[in-house]
Design a protein around this ligand. Structure first.
Ligand SMILES: [Mn+2]
Length: 402
């Protein structure tokens, strides 16, 4: 996107009250991106609310919100704000679809860095770039392009920059996965951010309960053909981030190519029971989304990180939870081992798709550089055969998937 700052002001031109939805568990990247978008909306003379439907689970994230006075609101459902808002936005999530909202309000903004998905309804500004390490990076670009003209106060600039920097830091595993664009954003934000607050946030140690769950994960781990598969049993909803933290930790420490940590997440208030798994990979050439979608429909990922959920609400009241757990544990282990067995196919597919995309880009460039009268006849044949090759690959891949 050439001028995202212009696209943004065009997109929010017709709105006056924007509901910024944080889908799923609110992590620093999503919160920072939502906060920056809220300020940008306000500087354009609009009102905006940033809302999450799940509570903060990590001590570090609570400190993050408190220390930077981030105006994050919580609601059982986004519906609560339906009467107030006249449009909505989604940041840091692959899909802009929001239950109970998408069919009632227009979507003005969707900014994300996960694997691209097809938009099924019109969105005024859709900026999904899987080549950056965080949604905060994209918001930083918007901020860098517009901050001089928008009359942002120095206090707002400090809070926003600190938040975005922390968002980038957590999503790129402390910059280990950062790309060129991320580094540019870091350089820009560092001029304004508070180093003292960042130090404080980064230095928060693992909580006692998280450390205890890490031990459980150690005890339960199984190694299968270079994959480490483990679980931490039942986990209350407010601690669900523990499984992601443990997966990150195990991937750094163990000599394996993949780590999967799963748990049964219980939300007693909402009577919800979910199998939740965090997936981490060291194999940069492997696309996690197609791999995870073979395990569960409700899942996906980006470079090296992914997750999936399976709704088990139906079993919430079952009297023998130990039996249920035993079943879930065995079935999940078996399913993941089978997934491991066909990883090479997904990996091959990932490499092939990348090569085809690269070839398509070359052809597009070639086509555009030719004079108009030569463009058609010279490239049509080549173009259509390449397109066909790509479609064939994709459809045979889909067939295999089902
Ligand atoms: Mn993110």
């Amino acid at each position: 996107m050439k001028h995202p700052e212009k696209e943004l002001s065009k997109a929010i031109d017709d709105c006056s009250k924007v509901l910024i939805c944080i889908k799923g568990s609110p992590d620093p990247d999503a919160i920072a991106a939502a906060f920056a978008l809220k300020i940008l909306c306000e500087k354009h003379g609009k009102r905006a609310r940033m809302v999450a439907t799940e509570q903060l689970s990590l001590h570090q994230n609570k400190l993050f919100v408190r220390r930077l006075f981030l105006p994050l609101e919580f609601a059982d459902s986004f519906n609560k704000h339906l009467d107030w808002a006249d449009s909505y936005a989604v940041v840091d999530h692959a899909s802009a679809e929001v239950e109970g909202i998408s069919d009632k309000l227009p979507c003005c903004v969707h900014i994300d860095h996960h694997a691209k998905t097809q938009a099924t309804f019109p969105i005024s500004m859709r900026w999904c770039n899987p080549h950056v390490g965080s949604a905060s990076t994209l918001l930083s670009v918007l901020l860098a392009r517009g901050y001089r003209d928008l009359g942002i106060s120095s206090d707002e600039m400090t809070r926003m920059s600190t938040a975005l920097l922390f968002g980038i830091q957590t999503d790129t595993d402390k910059y280990a996965l950062a790309t060129k664009d991320d580094y540019e954003a870091i350089e820009f934000l560092s001029q304004f951010a508070s180093a003292a607050i960042l130090r404080k946030l980064s230095g928060v140690p693992l909580g006692r309960r998280t450390a205890a769950r890490l031990q459980t994960a150690e005890r339960n781990k199984k190694i299968y053909r270079g994959w480490l598969i483990t679980n931490v049993g039942f986990v209350p909803a407010k601690c669900r981030d523990d499984i992601a933290i443990i997966a990150d930790f195990l991937l750094r420490r163990e000599d394996v190519t993949m780590v999967v940590v799963f748990a049964l997440i219980r939300n007693d208030r909402k009577k919800k029971l979910t199998l939740d798994a965090s997936v981490r990979s060291k194999d940069r050439a492997l696309k996690l989304t197609p791999l995870i979608r073979r395990v569960a429909a409700d899942g996906g990922g980006r470079k090296s990180k992914g997750a999936y959920q399976v709704n088990l609400d139906y079993f919430f009241d079952f009297s023998d939870m130990a039996f249920l757990w035993e079943f879930v544990e065995r079935a999940t282990l078996e399913k993941l081992q089978r997934t491991r067995d066909f990883t090479y196919k997904v990996r091959l597919q990932s490499v092939l798709e990348d090569a085809k995309d690269a070839a398509m880009n070359v052809i597009t460039g070639l086509k555009n550089s030719l004079p108009a009268e030569l463009r058609g006849p010279l490239t049509a044949g080549l173009w259509s055969s390449l397109k066909k090759a790509k479609e064939n690959a994709t459809s045979s891949y889909r067939k295999k998937k089902t």
